[in-house]
Design a protein around this ligand. Structure first.
Ligand SMILES: Nc1ncnc2c1ncn2[C@@H]1O[C@H](COP(=O)(O)OP(=O)(O)OP(=O)(O)O)[C@@H](O)[C@H]1O
Ligand SMILES: [Mg+2]
Length: 257
């Protein structure tokens, strides 16, 4: 049975999508069958895998509204072991449309339960908000992977994030765990980055990955080529970091089992 992981931090621009696309691509390259779900109306994960939203007949929007079977909506990508459930801008409307539906918090969970056996890992890219889409993702997943940007105010909003996770755990998904915390956009020349690493490690104790993702321009460029960074420049620092992170992620998982 595949493990389902939400990449989540309600703070915007912290590296959720970059981590979702690149970590999953590296995990796929390591031979694990991976489904990536783009639950953000911005659709950056979808375009990050080179899929043109305008050319899609059906997306996760149709699946959540019960109009299309998930299995007919997942598409194969050109990247090793990566399947994708794409987003569309219509998904922004789903925040409101879902509120009228019974058991609305469980829609994604019910849908994913029917495909989780087909994958080793399923990653869900969340929007930077605490709306119905994010709640659906926190209910559907086994764990949360939290990217934190090595910048001033990095820990701002983290207590709200932890409170949201606790609330979902108490009321909707008792098995929800923290998968790990990924420090991103690290600048080794900046004292501030080094300080943030220390603060985040103090706050999250043993949950922070040893691998730290550096600020690397290749990571920012790769999406405009429609490729995860390992397929764009396999030797750049960004690629090496996400390859290390994927290995660390899998080692920790396989130790647990
Ligand atoms: N390690 C990095 N080095 C350089 N640029 C990065 C890195 N990580 C992310 N970026 C860039 O920073 C911006 C924000 O990153 P990203 O889109 O991954 O954040 P996000 O948390 O998904 O944002 P949102 O909350 O809007 O969904 C993007 O332009 C991305 O290319
Ligand atoms: Mg994003």
């Amino acid at each position: 049975m595949g493990k389902i992981i939400a990449v989540f931090n309600q703070k915007g621009g912290v590296g959720k999508t970059t981590t979702n696309v690149n970590l999953s691509a590296c995990i796929g390259k390591l031979g694990k069958k991976t489904l990536v779900i783009d639950l953000d109306p911005q659709g950056n994960t979808t375009s990050g895998f080179g899929v043109d939203k305008k050319e899609l007949d059906f997306t996760i929007y149709d699946v959540l509204l019960g109009e299309k079977d998930i299995k007919d909506t997942i598409i194969d990508t050109e990247f090793d072991n990566i399947s994708l459930l794409s987003s569309s801008t219509e998904l922004a409307g789903a925040e409101i449309e879902l509120t009228g539906i019974e058991d609305r918090e469980f829609i994604l969970k019910n849908v994913l339960d029917s495909v989780r056996d087909n994958y080793d890992y399923i990653f869900v890219d969340c929007p930077p908000s605490l709306g119905m889409l994010t709640i659906n993702s926190l209910v559907a997943v086994d764990s949360v992977l939290i990217p934190i940007q090595c910048e001033y105010y990095a820990l701002e909003g983290v207590s709200q994030l932890m409170q949201t996770i606790s609330l979902v755990k108490e009321n909707l998904n008792p098995n929800l765990e923290i998968q790990g915390v990924v420090l991103s956009m690290f600048d080794g020349r900046a004292n501030l980055s080094i300080q943030v690493v220390e603060e985040v490690k103090k706050f999250f104790k043993g949950s922070v990955y040893t691998t730290i993702v550096p600020r690397n321009v290749r990571l920012a460029e790769a999406p405009s080529h429609g490729k995860p960074v390992v397929y764009y420049d396999s030797k750049c620092k960004g690629s090496l970091a996400y390859i290390d992170l994927a290995e660390e992620f899998i080692d920790l998982e396989e130790d647990v089992i």
